[in-house]
Design a protein around this ligand. Sequence first.
Ligand code: 6R9
Length: 663
Amino acid sequence: MTLAESHEELLVKTYQPPVNSGRIPSDKKPWITSMDEYNSMYKESLDSPDTFWRKMASELVEFTKPYQQVTSGSLHNGDTQWFVGGELNVSYNCVDRWARDTPDNVAISFEPDAPGGKRTVTFKELLENVCRVAGMFKTLGLKKGDTVAVYMPMIPETAYVLLACTRLGLVHTVVFAGFSATSLADRIKDANASVIVTSDQGLRGGKLIHTKKIVDEAIKLSGDVVKNVIVFERTGASDITYVEGRDVMWGPLFKQQASYIPPVPVGSEDPMFILYTSGSTGKPKGLVHTTAGYLVGAAMTSKYTFDLHIGDVFCCTADIGWITGHTYVVYGPLALGVTSVIFESVPTFPDASRFWQMVDEHKVTQFYTAPTAIRALRRLGDSYINCCDLSTLRIIGTVGEPINPEAWVWYHYVVGDGKAVVVDTYWQSETGSHIITPLPFATPTKPGSATLPMFGIELAILDPADGKELEGNDVTGVLAVKRSWPSMARTIVGDHDRYLSTYMHVYKDVYFTGDGAMRDSDGYYWIKGRVDDVINVSGHRISTAEIESALIVDNNVSESAVIGVEDEITGQAIFAYVTTPKGVVDSEEVKKAMIQTVRKEIGPIATPKRIIIVDELPKTRSGKIIRRVLRKIAAGEEDQLGDLSTLADPSILDVLVKKVRAG
Ligand code: 6R9
């Protein structure tokens, strides 16, 4: 930080990409080093998409059968295809070719929950491990097209499972191991998963997670869908239940398998995985990603956004249960033959220096985390950073929600010593890979802006009222994409109509992101957050309707309205207004029990931060809850309630305000 600049200036200035930060080794010359290069590649990607994507595909991915056509279909019809007619194998691309070319390079560097237990897996070892897991799947009779559910902690074995699925053309559906048995059961049923892979237990921040127990409960709730459960022995707990004929222990079965099993070629458009995400109505959506387009998108963005080179050590702290973990813990870095660090713990265990100890220990060159973690660590002070050598970091990324300029500046100067480049990457489960991001050694950055579109992404800002495109700069509206790109989700499992109505038919001929955005005078994009009923807590999407359905399960809840409120650490927090049946006393115990119900129904990520018991919710005459009013009251802005003409009973507002103020 130069003395000429005040803190306020740092928050609003434009940061030029470093010409020489002293951190770029001579054998890792950045792939793209100027805006001219970015502009000409971006232009080619839109003007001559066939040429551009042919080049990208041949640079990044090996096909076993060439594709006949680069792309077909349209957004409107929801029938997009990429690399049409081709065949390939994802596991071969991420594992075999590196086991052949760089067998002794580290593929996975594992940082377990308890510090000091670092373990590495080379590409040669990865190939063997993946093949043995594939062998286990074959033993259980799984065949191409079958679905495997994964409910695992953040350990290397989880990556083996994903790569073993793609090796055989099995579709994986990873469920974050913080989701409840009910949520897991819903996903197992919806995806029709006949096999679940789990662990006896998980470890996170020194605490045990009872993964197998939750799987047992979920199977009870999901009828007879599940035939087998494979249980990895993470802790070796002796008290887990073993169901004869259904459950299989990983250890002995793994050992029996052959160390090589050939990869099965699959079609470019064959489904690769299903991943559930929250929508604005209650039921989570099972997004389907297909093979070639997803892999090309994952590899391309990993290469250019993070400037990855062989020999780099990439660390993405996201859980594999989220799209960020799929694309940037497993598939992106491994497709490029780069080391991926798998982190089992949490940023504050045993203390707030954990991330930085890990960077030091593994010599991480690119680090990727969420604004919520950056904000929390910033609040705890710089002393936790000063203990560690972070000079290996060239690029530090963020994802999941808008990053406040304050947190951005701290990340750049304190974590990155003013030398590591910050990349604020905007994308979604649906987009599969980054769609707005700086390129670290080309794009000038502004704290809080995800900057400019990735190659092939044609953006539009629309007027939300009539869907008209707002041309030019200095415009604010909703964000849409005007043409398809390889890694976009192709459908929602079992509900293509919902896919069309949620994304393709909200506005005409575009993909609708669900986010508000501003394009500034330089053409830079600033994401404003969701415009639908989705709350973003620490970068996790949860729908208000889902939480409301969970609250209702509690006998003391008659009706509820859930909203998101601003939170310094988690970005947004969950705030619930509930009404109760007559006779229920408003007490801390009653509210605690409601919170427990939500945790049990959905999982701890959906824990309401605050519950307010009220006599009545503000409704329109037709009975619709007016959330806008509830949001204002929760934010302490009851003097700005706006138009209340549709409110059926305005007299309830005073009581609501008093209750919220009283806490
Ligand atoms: C990758 C991921 C997607 C939603 C998205 C938006 C928010 C993600 C962001 C961001 C501002 C960024 N989001 N990255 N907002 N700046 N850099 O997070 O996927 O879990 O599906 O969430 O997250 O609101 O629509 P997903």
